[in-house]
Design a protein around this ligand. Structure first.
Ligand code: HEC
Length: 112
């Protein structure tokens, strides 16, 4: 019973997300980027266009950071930039090249 409710809620929710989106592409993550996001567990807290624990990457994109600024923020998060969110822990173990690929993709979300 409970499970059914969760499934129904999830379906309703994704349906409304689709309807609310005119280009429909914002949620599509390129395969190479998705692999990195998964490998470094970013997806546990971030989705492309929905708030999870952390802000949606689409919201991050609106801040118009450079890739280097994003790199810096992944290594040294500034929770003050996101009032109402818990602080993200620094993720210095993630290789620079990987963060820069992710950062390039985050920024591409703002141009759509
Ligand atoms: C445990 C949850 C968690 C994980 C894992 C996580 N984040 Fe975050 N992230 C957050 C939260 C919460 C915020 C907002 C508060 C903050 O910036 O401290 C955030 C903020 C950000 C921001 C915005 C920084 C700013 O100041 O505007 C970027 C960019 C970001 N995360 C990228 C990543 C990337 C890339 C990864 C994977 C390497 C990742 N995050 C993994 C929770 C997480």
């Amino acid at each position: 019973m409970n499970n059914l409710f969760v499934v129904a809620a999830a379906l309703l929710f994704s349906a409304s997300v689709c309807l609310g989106q005119h280009n429909g592409h914002a949620a599509k993550i390129p395969e190479n980027v998705e692999k990195l996001l998964q490998k470094h567990a970013c997806l546990a807290c971030h989705k492309a266009d929905t708030r999870v624990v952390g802000p949606a990457y689409l919201e991050v994109a609106k801040k118009k950071y450079s890739k280097e600024q994003i790199l810096e923020l992944v290594y040294n998060p500034k929770p003050a930039n996101w009032p109402g969110y818990p602080p993200m822990s620094p993720m210095k173990h993630v290789p620079k090249e990987d963060v820069l690929v992710i950062a390039g993709w985050i920024n591409s979300l703002a141009k759509k």
